[in-house]
Write a protein that binds this ligand. Structure first.
Ligand code: BDP
Length: 699
């Protein structure tokens, strides 16, 4: 007995000693899902409603996390005209009802109710005010650029989530596979949960630069095991495919989409996928782009290629997302190409083909004009692709909240008359975001970059939400609801994208990054033998007269691809929004801007403002110390410090580089560059495939 007591005493002492560290241990892995529930809810299924894995998750979330003590009823409503995932929250004296035509809708309703609780908005739900929601996009999909070898293309949060070696192969019998690596299984389930909580309902598991290997029987069996975890959370799995697979994997001597053997190969492959993944979503294809194989290798067209795959998928209700990210070397204007290549094909794609188009016509720059193709096709389904991973906005070092960029995009699409935007294929809407998720403990590398994953989901569900409300929600749930934290940090997030634009590429400048990894400034980057359209000078076109790419009716005629009023607005330098002036115009260094400064002076001040703002971010964050756990505080502090240092690096590099062309003095109140141009030009930051640079790797 005494011995037993002593052991209890020791255990208790140890537990108490460990308590503070466990209480405060914080690694960001809980994302925005930090409910402090009291297990007081009574959750029931309405009469006749049969339980399901999805409903069990919903009930479990509410049971463990709801802090009220009313009865919550899950209820199925008739489909009617509503979208299956829509839902209504109703409050009565008896309790709260979450109603939807589908189980997934009830799950979304549960997360919505919990979000209202976490963000102090429950008062919005009163007996007179039910809350009804319906998703604006039917397919809200993440694109992982993950490779079978565990690397992530343009990933800055560690290696791939999918540890392919440890993922079990699902057997043909259809029985769920047993996971030996239960930690991995749990992590993938957390991934599904996080997505469901913001309404993301689909995922492409692998890189658009797809390896034929992804379609091997083993990999399909592994994808099926992942699909089994995601399914109860309302998520469907898709795969990116290599168009050359019949050749590269199947051993055929061609991948010509009109060849009967090739057609048969794809049909069989698709059938074998559906055997294991009955709700498989379909294929994402990058064809004839940046060296990837495609139908044009065989003298065929995008239509031939996409329709052939679509026909193989159609019997199973699968779809093809065919990317429009195409550009040939030697082009007059890369921004024109997707339009030139796809407009003649408008109306020729099958119903289950969607053309996936990056938000801008170049490549995920900090600010781009909207891709003109998105305004133009009338008889083809199109979907936008955003880049959540920060390839061009500072990797997982810089804080750059992307919701304002995406809102700007949605806003621009609304500018032309509705009749000019009519499209007869918009019965089904889709939206994609390239994921910023890896195996880092906090998922995204940068704790605040979680906000971009969060915001993508929220906007994919409802484009009308404001960036600010999304930022607030995120901060309140992920850190603290204390306004001393939420107010200044919302302001910081809201400003962050414009700050990044100012210190990297203001006034519509684009693609002046370091070659390869795209981190840091290298407007001079020009290794011999490079493709011209991979070089910054192709984009900035600085010379003694001015700077910027003339895309007007007198230049590359890119402006002519836009509908009115954008066409005229962009074409005329005096009406072109100044934040895109160098995107559309080659403007004289002495061009007078609205503030009365010359373009050159204005450019210098933009760099100055951006760098100073980045410096202020450090101060704001330092003031947040009392409200943040030390682990996340420290891990963000060095990132903000790096961001500020990088911002000055951009400032020095760009001002000095462009001054060679402008030959104009740097305004006196601009901070004097700390480095000489030739010093900066010698420096190329080392960086490996998926690790952001360390602090000491800067000049
Ligand atoms: C560019 C990336 C490259 C991608 C490509 C794409 O630099 O890694 O493969 O886009 O979207 O942004 O296909």
């Amino acid at each position: 007995m005494a011995k037993h007591n002593f052991r209890t005493f020791i255990l208790w002492t140890l537990a108490l000693l460990m308590l503070p560290s466990t209480m405060w241990a914080e690694n960001g892995s809980d994302l925005w899902l930090r409910y402090k529930g009291s297990n007081t809810a009574q959750v029931i299924l309405s009469k006749g409603l049969k339980s399901s894995p999805t409903l069990r998750i919903a009930m479990n979330e509410l049971n463990s996390n709801w802090t009220g003590n009313e009865t919550i009823t899950l209820q199925r409503t008739a489909h009617g005209g509503d979208k299956p995932e829509s839902f209504t929250l109703t409050r009565t004296a008896q309790g709260i009802t979450l109603a939807s035509p589908s189980d997934a809708g009830m799950l979304y309703a549960s997360y919505t109710l919990l979000r209202l609780q976490q963000t102090g908005q429950l008062s919005r739900l009163t007996p007179n005010n039910p809350i009804s929601e319906s998703p604006q996009n039917d397919v809200r999909i993440l694109n992982h650029w993950d490779n079978p070898n565990g690397t992530v293309e343009r990933g800055y949060a560690g290696a791939s989530l999918w540890k392919w070696d440890a993922i079990p192969v699902k057997a043909k019998s259809g029985k769920q596979a047993k996971w030996n690596d239960t930690a991995l299984q749990a992590r993938i389930e957390q991934y599904a949960r996080a997505n469901a909580s913001v309404g993301i309902n689909a995922t492409v598991l692998n890189n658009v630069n797809a390896k034929p290997l992804m379609l091997s029987a083993d990999m399909i069996g592994k994808a099926a095991s992942i699909a089994d975890i995601l399914r109860p959370y309302g998520m469907r799995v898709y795969l990116a495919v290599n168009f050359g697979s019949p050749h590269g994997l199947g051993g055929l001597d061609t991948a010509d989409p009109l060849n009967p053997e090739v057609i048969k190969w794809w049909k069989n492959k698709v059938d074998s996928i559906y055997q294991l993944i009955p709700d498989f979503g379909g294929f994402l294809v990058k064809a004839n782009s940046e060296g990837e194989p495609g139908p044009m290798d065989y003298g065929r067209t995008h239509v031939d290629g996409a329709n052939m795959l679509a026909d193989a998928l159609a019997p199973h209700k699968g779809i093809v997302m065919w990317r429009a990210f195409v550009y040939a070397p030697g082009s007059k204007d890369r921004a024109n190409q997707a339009y030139e290549e796809f407009m003649p094909l408008d109306g020729k794609f099958r119903d289950n083909v969607t053309i996936q188009i990056k938000n801008g016509p170049i490549d995920f720059q900090p600010r781009e004009a909207v891709s003109p193709l998105l305004f133009s096709m009338k008889h083809t389904r199109m979907m936008p692709e955003f880049q959540i991973t920060q390839e061009y906005t500072g990797h997982s070092i810089h804080t750059c909240y992307l919701a304002p960029m995406w809102k700007e995009f949605f806003h621009t699409l609304q500018i032309p008359a509705a009749s000019d935007m009519a499209n007869d294929k918009n019965d089904m809407r889709l939206i994609a975001g390239v994921a910023n998720i890896g195996d880092d403990i906090n998922w995204c590398g940068n704790d605040l970059a979680q906000a971009n994953w969060y915001a993508f989901g929220r906007l994919a569900w409802n484009e009308q939400l404001t960036s600010e409300e999304i930022a607030r929600e995120f901060l309140m749930q992920t850190f603290t609801a204390d306004p001393q934290f939420v107010d200044p940090m919302t302001a910081l997030l809201m400003h962050s994208r414009e700050t990044v634009v100012s210190y990297m590429m203001p006034l519509g400048l684009h693609h002046i990054f370091a070659g390869g990894h795209h981190y840091g400034p290298e407007p001079w980057y020009a290794p011999r033998g490079s493709r011209e359209d991979w070089l910054p000078r192709y984009y900035h076109r600085a010379d003694s007269l001015g700077i910027g790419f003339d895309r007007t009716s007198k230049g590359s005629r890119n402006t002519q691809q836009y509908p009115e009023p954008l066409r005229s607005l962009y074409d005329n330098i005096n009406t072109c929004p100044e934040n895109l002036i160098l995107w559309f115009h080659h403007a004289s260094w002495d061009y007078l801007m609205q503030d009365g400064l010359t373009l050159w002076q204005n450019l210098c001040y933009k760099y100055e403002t951006g760098a100073r703002e980045a410096e202020q971010f450090v101060e704001v964050w330092q003031q947040m110390k009392p409200y943040v756990d030390s682990e996340r505080y420290e891990s963000m502090l060095w990132r903000f410090q790096r961001q500020a240092r990088d911002a000055w690096w951009w400032h020095d590099a760009c001002i000095l580089y462009f001054q060679q062309f402008s030959q104009r003095p740097i305004p006196a109140d601009i901070t004097a560059p700390r480095f000489q141009l030739d010093q900066l030009m010698k420096f190329h930051i080392p960086i490996d495939n998926y690790r952001a640079p360390k602090p000491e790797q800067l000049p």
